[in-house]
Write a protein that binds this ligand. Structure first.
Ligand code: DGL
Length: 264
């Protein structure tokens, strides 16, 4: 480990249960092109969403330890709503010196965007059941009506690049959230509250063509930029930073996904 050493050349760690966080990595690379990133997909232990808090907390702790000890990360982006909901407070307490960004379903931006005031939220069972999402939901009481939909199996289908299952589950869950449209009483905004779901964007948009979809890559990348700047750890220059892909699952599958979605 490099201890408290300030060295802007050190990588930013990005972690998810699998390939979903690549949607966040994409936005991070666009916003912070010179930074080096170490992306860790905990695919050997995915999906997190239906496994319960104790499991997700244990995995998150192990992954953060590994990224710090073996890769000397200078900051961490938890690119997973489920892990953020279950464990971000613990990571903050246990690593007070580590600049940390989590992700949460974009309920506030959805309120600003929605005209009908009816907003669908697709997320994992773990995120939907979390006290963190409940608190966010409660803080927006009276500003909009949210339909919170746990989407069992969808992250797994995206993880396994199973197009038929992705389509079937997206159809099933959007049907449960609707009716969609721009009239009063209809859902006009759909929050993708799991980073995997960004990779089902086209499928979802085809199912609900008139609805605004919201994901969280850009605001997370902006927040990471702010934190690095405040810590004096922004990597200067124009030379594209190196991206290291690590996984506890199949390296081949992760590289194929990174190639498919990020041209890496
Ligand atoms: N990508 C993760 C999220 O944002 C979770 C997927 C899973 O492992 O269930 O919630």
């Amino acid at each position: 480990m490099t201890g408290g050493q300030v060295d802007a050349a050190r990588p930013v760690g990005v972690f998810d249960s699998g390939v979903g966080g690549l949607s966040i990595l994409k936005a991070l690379r666009a916003q912070l092109p010179a930074e080096a990133f170490v992306y860790l997909a905990d695919a050997g232990f995915a999906p997190y969403g239906e496994r319960g808090d104790a499991f997700v907390i244990e995995r998150t702790r192990a992954v953060v330890r590994k990224l710090r000890d073996e890769h000397a990360i200078k900051a961490l982006v938890i690119a997973c709503n489920t892990a953020t909901a279950a464990a971000v407070h613990l990571v903050r307490t246990e690593h007070p010196d580590l600049p940390l960004v989590g992700v949460e379903p974009a309920l506030k931006p959805a309120v600003a965007l929605s005209k009908t005031g009816r907003i669908g939220v697709m997320a994992t069972r773990g995120t939907v059941a979390s006290s963190k999402l409940r608190a966010l939901h409660d803080s927006l009481k009276g500003q909009a009506e949210f339909i919170l939909q746990p989407c069992d199996g969808l992250a797994d289908a995206i993880q396994n690049h199973d197009a038929a299952r992705i389509r079937a589950l997206c159809a099933q869950y959007t049907q449960a959230i609707g009716p969609f449209g721009k009239q009063a009483g209809q859902v006009d905004t759909l929050v993708l509250g799991c980073t995997h779901y960004a990779f089902a964007w086209d499928t979802l948009q085809a199912l609900v063509p008139d609805v605004s979809l919201i994901e969280t890559g850009e605001p997370v990348a902006r927040q990471t930029h702010r934190l690095l700047q405040a810590a004096g750890q922004l990597q200067p220059g124009e030379v594209p930073g190196r991206v290291t892909l690590l996984t506890t699952g199949s390296q081949e599958a992760l590289e194929a996904a990174a190639q498919r979605w990020l041209n890496l």
